[in-house]
Design a protein around this ligand. Sequence first.
Ligand SMILES: Nc1ncnc2c1ncn2[C@@H]1O[C@H](COP(=O)(O)OP(=O)(O)OP(=O)(O)O)[C@@H](O)[C@H]1O
Ligand SMILES: [Mg+2]
Length: 460
Amino acid sequence: MAAAATPRALILDDDLDSLEALKGLVAQAHFQVRSAQSLKEAREAMKGEMFDLALLDIELPDGSGLELIEPLETEHSAEVVIVTGYGSVDSAVEAFRSGVVDYLTKPVELNRLRLLLNKVQHTVDLRNQVRNLREELRQLGRFGPLIGVSPPMQRVYDMIERVAPTDACVLVVGETGTGKELVAETLHGLSRRARQPFVDINCGAVAPTLIEAELFGHEKGSFTGATRSRAGLFERANGGTLLLDEISEMPIDLQVRLLRVLETSQLRRVGGDHNIDVDVRIVAASNRDPEQAVRDGQLREDLLYRLSVFPIQLPPLRERGRDVELIAVHFLDELNRERGTSKIFAPETLQKLARHSWPGNVRELRNAVERIHILAQGDVIRPDVLPLSNGASSTGNGASGESIESGSLQVAVGSSIAEVERRLILATLEQLCGDKRATAEKLGISLKTLYNRLNVYRAR
Ligand SMILES: Nc1ncnc2c1ncn2[C@@H]1O[C@H](COP(=O)(O)OP(=O)(O)OP(=O)(O)O)[C@@H](O)[C@H]1O
Ligand SMILES: [Mg+2]
């Protein structure tokens, strides 16, 4: 566990006397102090270390201290205080507009400075506590809603931690059921946008003709049925995060529009005549290799470059070692809590789960545990209850895994039609390794209907 870190302060002032006086006061409050007399020096310092607090003079030989507010706040998460000898009303207004916590005029009032240092110290302590707690949970195999301690998942956590505080686009790639959506939610939850909306759209589930209006909104009368104006998902996600799931399913001409919105942070509703500013962080997800989607002409290369500023590759469950057991136990605990039971896995059952190749990944594991929970008679779940056979792995990767026996579906007389439909849909999806398009085709329903059903099941 990391030791409680000493908070770091940057003091920027071109007047040496005042700089020395401030340095003394801040150091007395147990901050580690770095000083600078010009913007250039301050920028150098900011490259080399992270600051929790910055005291900035405004008028400097090479520019205005106000220029540093943005990078200090967004990249360093620092508390920024303007300290100036001029006390000019104009610059104070400008500083407040950019979200500065406080404004001190020279000579600095000691009590105000002390109060401020106290507040920053408190914020830094809290932040460290949260960080330490997160680190402890990580050792136990939890990272937000994600479960797993395996090295490939630790690498995923590292990446999420690094990229979450920035506004960079993130592309999450992984087989079906590996947790792409959960990763997107985790990224949002750890970002400064956490209190703003998280909105998602599955580009494969919305009819190509509707997706444009869905994303960008429309004005009244812009197409048949548009009886009133409506904001799109971009506008609804404003200030927050938008997940574009199954990005390679988005019609190619719309990908051009999307790219323009990402580049300009402005959009125009369908049928609209003016631009609307939007501030949205984009996370895209795909269960296809995006490079291959580009080669197949399904994904524009320029959009891929834009989206994959920060790619996160989610490993398939079969490469996560003992995470399978950890996640299975977690799902079982959840079911026990929900249903007031206290079932546990026998060690051989966990071993059998660990040997399966899980082509449908974590989703398949979740469904399997749910079924096992229903089927198990006593409190100890024995391996014979597992609906896993020793057949060849359905991933076709030659692994000696087992496959789910899902060729037939047993339905009890007296089940409701809705329940039978639910089980049929889930079983088919599982048999087809989570391939929704193939599942919809096989069941003779539209992809949209399939998504609607799955959303309902997920909400239950
Ligand atoms: N590491 C994990 N720990 C706990 N639960 C997980 C983990 N990864 C995924 N899940 C759960 O598994 C299920 C599938 O995850 P999710 O929907 O995020 O996958 P996906 O990669 O988006 O799948 P698809 O490609 O089919 O859209 C969800 O119920 C999710 O909560
Ligand atoms: Mg998904």
